[in-house]
Structures are given as structure tokens and as C-alpha cells.
Design a protein around this ligand. Sequence first.
Ligand SMILES: O=C(CO)[C@@H](O)[C@H](O)COP(=O)(O)O
Length: 235
Amino acid sequence: MSTLLETIAKVRREVCELHAELTRYKLVVWTAGNVSGRIPGYDLMVIKPSGVSYDELTPEQMVVTDLYGTPVRGINIGSGGTVDWGNPDLSPSSDTAAHAYVYRHMPEVGGVVHTHSTYATAWAARGEEIPCVLTMMGDEFGGPIPVGPFALIGDDSIGQGIVETLKNSHSPAVLMQNHGPFTIGKDARSAVKAAVMCEEVAKTVHVSRQLGEPLPIDQAKIDSLYNRYQNVYGR
Ligand SMILES: O=C(CO)[C@@H](O)[C@H](O)COP(=O)(O)O
């Protein structure tokens, strides 16, 4: 059980530290964005507390919840024994239900991120997918960044929209209509990377459209870019 405690401590540290990337890349304002990470091997996740400033976050403040978003401070290990990792006296992020739904329905996902980054959210406000007109998009997204349905905050609706939209797409990012980007990854760091890339391409394609119509890329070339970047690049 020390392994579980060590894993929770590690994921809490990682999730906490990754919020600094959201501010570093200017993807969030005030407290409006969140990172979560799955606890591998358990139906548990770690997410930022709601409404706490990014520069005040500590690993111990990261809230451990089950995959329905209910905070959990320990588990029973039988014979009356318990493992208690504690939880802060703070509520988990208001987007916890959305993150939890993704973990329940996409077992391959180990990290989820939500931001309101300016350019990606502007595309979301228009309900318009970002066309795949950059090699960087082929690499990371394997096609356009799709739009998910309008959904209210607080229950499973956002999670359902994310899963329905991404299950038939290479893209690790979805623009939830009138809301903003949600990204997924094999771990929290990959989901943060997708959020950074999503904002970058949202900005570049927007600027390109000010100059005229961006040139499309053939699907076969997009597939080739995606396969190289996902399977060869950096290995
Ligand atoms: O989308 C929204 C609100 O519109 C949310 O992303 C919140 O802004 C997140 O705040 P926390 O509850 O995570 O602090």
C-alpha cells in the first residue's frame, strides 16, 4: 500500500506542477482552467481544487476523487485496515464531473486539461472546427480540431460531449461550443502539451485566415505527418 500512497503523492505533485505550464503559456486567467491525472490501477483521479490561485497551489491541495468526482480520502484494505492519504478541506474543480466521465469512458486516457485559452475559445464561440492546414496540426492532431456540443457545467454533459466527439478522431483536443478547449493525453503532461499546441494552432490558423484562405493539406499527407510524429519523432 505504500506504493499507492507514493503514486498518489507523485500524481499530486505532477498535477500541481503542471498548472504552472498553463500560466507560463498564458492559457488561463484567474482560476479558470484545470489539470487532472488518473491514478493508474485504481478508479481514482487527482484534480485541482476549485477557485484557488495558481500561484498558491500545493501538491497537498490536489483533491483525490473517485471516477464520479466524489472526493475520497482513503480506502479500506480489508481486515479493518485503511489507507488514508487525506484530502484538503477544499472542493474539487467545478469541471471534475467532466474529467471523471472521460476517465470512466476512455481507459487509455491518463490526463485531462481544460482551459479558456483565447484563440481556441474564440473558435469554440463560433462553433467552428479548426481545419488541419499546418504540418504541426497533422503531427499533433492528425486532422481538424473538432467542436463538441454546447453543454452546461457541473454534471456529465460536458464529459459526454468530449467522449462522443473524440472517440472517432485522432485529435486529443475538442472545442466545446461556446466554452473552450478540453484536451486528453496518456498522462497529464501530454494533455497539457495538447492544450498548448491547440492554442498555438488556433492562433496561427486565425492569423492565416486574415491573409486569405489557408491551403488545405491532403488527408494522405496528414496521415503521414501524424504517423511519423506519433511513432518516430523523439524516439
Ligand atoms: O469553465 C469554467 C467556468 O466557466 C471552469 O473551467 C472554471 O472556471 C474552473 O474553475 P475551477 O473550479 O477549476 O477553479
